[in-house]
Design a protein around this ligand. Structure first.
Ligand code: BDR
Ligand code: CA
Length: 312
């Protein structure tokens, strides 16, 4: 199976990405690290511990990362994810403790000790991954690829130009996209097509095991923010689980390989991912950009994997 480290800021969709990953025998989850983003670093760390406790996966090493972006103040998305960062379901208290080391150190230790290169899956702001890349050049060759949720070729969701994860720490995103490590960008172009509808939530609830119930309740809450007609959505975009779905079933997606630059200066465009779709620059390609998904196949994958939790 595929060694991965998940770096996340749970967050409803991050939690569902963790749940999907833990239900997938193709993935060997070596660690879960947490970034500040959807909520404060204390809360995102606590939420990762609570989700893994729910799943009975207290064997996975967890560590908290940077307390704030590289050179800016933290912005949180409590308008989307609520006061706890995972408002909605009742979750267990953490049944285990995080490792007594920084996320960057945990990631570095795992990469150093791994015989095969490891895939990093960041689904929050890129602060931890950027600091790892900047401080451990010798470990770049131990990173197979970075499959991240962030960015948008078309429109942003936090500003007209920027997606939340990139906007929170554009300097970190800049380091990651310039690193030379192979990147898959799972941005809003694809995640806005990965919408989960009311009937999908009912299908998940009907699986009727404790984990599927929590997913349904997470989605009930996550729906609230996305029901605003300004988005033009029928459901809620399930951003972060798209990274895991890409690892499990790439055939569900359409992609294009091209250059992506990060705007770290712009007056109106700070945090924009500038995607050179039409090869208008001479910059060599640095990313595989996902732009479409077989939505039904994605929902089926999630529902099938949630059935695996009927055993626990
Ligand atoms: C991203 O921002 C967060 O609110 C979600 O968890 C996702 O990672 C979407 O823009
Ligand atoms: Ca996230």
């Amino acid at each position: 199976s595929y060694p991965v480290i998940l770096d996340c800021d749970p967050g409803h969709d991050d939690a569902i990405a963790l749940i999907l990953a833990c239900a997938s025998p193709e993935l060997d989850i070596r660690a879960v690290t947490t970034s500040a983003g959807n909520q404060t670093p204390e809360k995102t760390l606590n939420n990762a511990l609570r989700i893994l406790t729910l799943l009975g996966r207290t064997d996975i090493p967890v560590a908290g990362g940077a307390l704030k972006p590289i050179s800016r103040e933290l912005i949180i998305a409590d308008n989307v994810h609520g006061e706890t960062g995972l408002d909605g379901p009742v979750l267990p208290d953490p049944g285990f403790k995080p490792q007594p080391i920084h996320a960057i150190e945990l990631m570095a230790n795992i990469l150093r000790e791994s015989e095969t290169p490891v895939t990093l899956v960041p689904t929050g702001p890129l602060t931890n991954v950027a600091l790892l890349l900047a401080t451990h050049r010798e470990l770049h060759e131990k990173i197979e690829q970075i499959v991240l949720m962030g960015g948008a070729a078309e429109a942003g969701n936090w500003t007209p130009a920027a997606e939340f994860n990139i906007f929170v720490d554009p300097e970190a995103a800049d380091i990651v996209f310039k690193s030379g490590v192979p990147i898959t960008m799972c941005g809003l172009d694809v995640t806005h097509r990965a919408q989960i509808m009311d009937e999908d939530i009912e299908r998940i609830r009907a699986i009727a095991n404790p984990v599927a119930n929590v997913v349904a309740e997470l989605l009930d809450f996550f729906m609230i923010y996305h029901r605003d007609p300004k988005w033009g959505f029928k459901g809620a975009p399930l951003h972060d689980p798209c990274t895991i779905a890409w690892l499990l079933k790439p055939a569900l997606f359409q992609s294009q390989t091209c250059w992506v630059g990060i705007e770290t200066q712009g007056t109106h465009t700070l945090g924009m991912t500038v995607v050179d779709r039409y090869q208008l620059t001479n910059h060599p390609a640095n990313a595989t950009v996902l732009y479409d998904i077989n939505r039904q196949g994605f929902v089926d994958l999630l529902a099938e994997r949630l059935e695996n939790y009927s055993e626990i």
